[in-house]
Design a protein around this ligand. Sequence first.
Ligand SMILES: Cc1ncc(COP(=O)(O)O)c(C=O)c1O
Length: 341
Amino acid sequence: VTPEERLAHHGDVDARAGLVDLAVNVRTGTPPQWLRERLAAVEVARYPDPTEATKALAARHTRAPAEVLVTNGAAEAFTLLGRAVDAQLPVMVHPQFSEPERALVAAGKPPRHVVLREPFVLDPTQVPDDADLVFVGNPTNPTSVLHPADALRALARPGRTLVVDEAFADCVPREHESLAAAVDLPGLVVVRSLTKTWGLAGLRVGYLLAAPELIARLAAAQPHWAANALALEACVACSEPRATAEAAQWAADLATERAFLADALSAIPGVHVVAGAAAPFLLVRTPLPDVWLPLRDRGYAVRRGDTFPGLGPDWIRVAVRTRDVSMAFAATLAATVQECS
Ligand SMILES: Cc1ncc(COP(=O)(O)O)c(C=O)c1O
């Protein structure tokens, strides 16, 4: 496996048809029916106009419309940042989602790695002072760790672009530690996505929040009509109070189900669950390397951990689902570890 292939690997490859999917972190049962109906009613004969979506997202995050750019998924936001932000020393805080790094590499700006060790909580002093473009996830994929907002604030400074990937922030009760509304931090960019909570991975819906000058520069690097009409309608719909209330309820329910799964997995001899999980998945260390392979033979897709910088073959990432799925999975992992060790 080349480093490029490693970076390009995502859970959707692990989640083969017929397996119980614990590899992809999209909320089960989404998109909800009300959202499907809104999308089905969208007029697609016209070119898309992002004005209403931009206003709705700005209001949701108490920002100005000039501070919002709707993108073709968070993935496009990373590409635009890679292309439009000059950087002598880009830095990637790992382990984290690999698309930002792929975008930087594609733009000829391969980043230096700052690799956090367990408990995987950000120590701002680990980031070199002269780093002028820093990417960090909050909560982070794959560790599920939520960094304190103050640790992120300590990274912001004039002359540096600080990108906080908040693709999972709406899975956190009250979105605490989110910097989406922060307008006082120089160079701050917050990246958000509608993929996970709303089940819109295939629609491609994300956005950026940043100072107006940077938004204008990123918009200039973006293809015209990058955000399609359905994606724009999703931005409006998912910013409405009914949607934010639904997301808040999901975040609360998720915390209970995640604790249940963490307890069940931690009870297996030799299995260790990273503490402080805040996202809809757990990072798990197992006594058996490449356990994702025998688990696949037993009907489960989990995300292999070895492609993430800083992790190795004894790590897996496991999505939180319903209690019965968690119980059955824990039993299967226990049996696999016992039989294959
Ligand atoms: C941390 C993180 N950021 C961003 C993304 C990509 O989001 P989108 O589907 O909006 O491109 C993902 C998807 O897996 C992710 O895990």
